[in-house]
Each structure stands twice: as C-alpha cells, then as structure tokens.
Design a protein around this ligand. Structure first.
Ligand code: MLT
Length: 278
C-alpha cells in the first residue's frame, strides 16, 4: 500500500532575540479549529526525534516541534539557559505562530520543560503528554554524572554522547536495529557541544515538579517504555497516579526513545488520547 507522507516544513523564526528552528506539518486532514500539537524533544535528541511519529500523525494534526538552542538546527544561544529559558522559548514560539492553545507533549527532558510551561502558562495548554519523563529533580549522584558528562562533551566533542548514551536510550531489541541506531547517532551528532553542555546544566538545576502533579487540571497522557531505565514504568505509574484523571500507557519491549522505537504503538495511544479530548 502506498502511504502518502505529510509534508514536513523546516523553518526558523526569531523568538525574543534568539533564532529557533522548528519542524511543522500543517495537518491537511486536521479537525478545523482543533488544537495543534507542540512536541518537545529530549536529550541529546532534537526535533528529528519525532520524524517517524510525524509521518504517522502529521496528516491529521498540525504538529510543531522546535529544537532548543544549540540542538538540531537551532543555533546556540550566548545566554546560559535554565529551564525557564527553554519554556519561555516555547511561549515565544506559540505567540509567534499565533497558537493560542496547544496540546503539549514532552519527551524526557521535554517533559521537564513541559512542567515548567505548566507552571508559567497553563492557560495555553489544552492537553498534556508526558512521555518517558519523571517529575523529581536530579539526585546528588546524577548531578555529579551530569558534570562529568559536560566536561567530556566540552573536551571530546558531541560524539562522546552517542558512545555514552546509546545503551541508555534504546531497549535491547532496538539496539539490534542497525538503521535505528544509526539514525539516533546522526541525531545526536547534529547537536552542538555547547547546546548539550548547556542542557546538562538546565537538567541538573531543574526544580522538583512533584508538587505540581496534583494541580494539573488538563487531560494528561503519561506514556513510556517497558524497558526504560531512565523513566521506568514504576516512576511513570507513580507520576500518573498523582495527576488527576491521567491515563497511563506502557509500550512493551521499548526503551527510553519509545516514540522512535515503536512509532505505531505510540501513535495509536496518542490518537486515542487526542480523540478523547476533542
Ligand atoms: C532525556 O532523554 O531527555 C534524558 O535522558 C533525561 C535525563 O537525562 O534526565
């Protein structure tokens, strides 16, 4: 069967003095007036992380997926960003694209940014997707690992992240798919070392989002991979239990990059969720 893939546009805009690159599909079959979907990538990915998912959902939804500064095709910023800086970038993009309200989806670090968006401008969010993420801040041990990783990236370049992260990101089954592994490697190499070092500090200094969970009052989908060791099904389940009315989906045999590893399963959970809130 020949499937017509949606057209994906690659654009850059100026947002608050910073250049932001984003991918967008216009969703030719989208419900008129339905909210767009804004997807926030994880670390050390880029908006390219949503490539397979966008092929599946892009015809039926307007989808916007930005790159943080120094990631993908967004140039680095001279500022030292924090989580608020990333979230303000999202708000700036919503304003720039005249998007009043969106369904906001965040994968892992994208989830940390989505929590900050919910603290800063909850009225702009019609629904929330928290994928492979966690609400608690870094432990002392993780903070130390972030510092060591930042030093290695600064000294050795971005390639070291592919070396250090690949087995944490993909489930054993996905690690045997050569093409997928190559794609993930290319996606990591597309990022600048400065962008990655900055993001490590953004994550290290992020606040605890656990107190926010009970206050979230938009429809929420919590979705993750059965074999994700970074945001395990237990962590995701405990998070979902604290969010009023949230639904929790665990995709079997997938790891931390569940939307890339199992795009069809991710898409069907997403589709069901989006229909439930339409
Ligand atoms: C991510 O995928 O964004 C990162 O693994 C999150 C983290 O390291 O906390």
């Amino acid at each position: 069967m020949h499937v017509r893939l949606p057209e994906v546009h690659s654009r850059t805009v100026e947002v608050a003095g910073t250049t932001v690159h984003y991918r967008e599909t216009r969703g030719p079959h989208a419900e008129p007036g339905g909210p767009a979907l804004l997807l926030l990538h994880g670390f050390p990915s880029g908006s390219h992380q949503f490539r397979r998912l966008i092929d599946l959902i892009g015809a039926d939804h307007r989808v916007v997926a930005p790159d943080y500064p120094g990631f993908g095709r967004s140039p680095r910023t001279p500022a030292q960003p924090d989580i608020r800086y990333y979230a303000e970038g999202v708000r700036g993009l919503l304003d720039r694209l005249n998007l009043d309200r969106v369904v906001l989806g965040g994968v892992s670090m994208g989830g940390y940014v989505a929590f900050e968006c919910m603290r800063l401008f909850p009225d702009r969010v019609a629904g929330l997707i928290l994928a492979n993420t966690r609400p608690d801040p870094d432990s002392e041990e993780i903070r130390k690992t972030r510092n060591e990783m930042a030093l290695r990236v600064a000294k050795e370049g971005i390639g070291v992240l592919a070396e250090l992260q690949m087995e944490r990101l993909l489930a054993p089954e996905a690690l045997r798919e050569d093409e997928l592994v190559e794609n993930v490697r290319d996606m990591i190499l597309e990022n600048s070392p400065d962008g990655a070092v900055a993001a490590l500090s953004v994550m290290r200094e992020r606040p605890d989002s656990t107190p926010l969970l009970g206050k979230l009052d938009v429809p929420t989908l919590v979705i993750g991979g059965e074999e994700d060791d970074i945001s395990s099904p237990e962590v995701m389940g405990a998070m979902a239990a604290k969010i009023p009315g949230a639904r929790h989906v665990t995709i079997p045999n997938t790891g931390h990059l569940s939307n890339l590893e199992a795009p069809e399963k991710f898409d069907s959970a997403l589709d069901e969720f989006l229909k439930s809130i339409a």
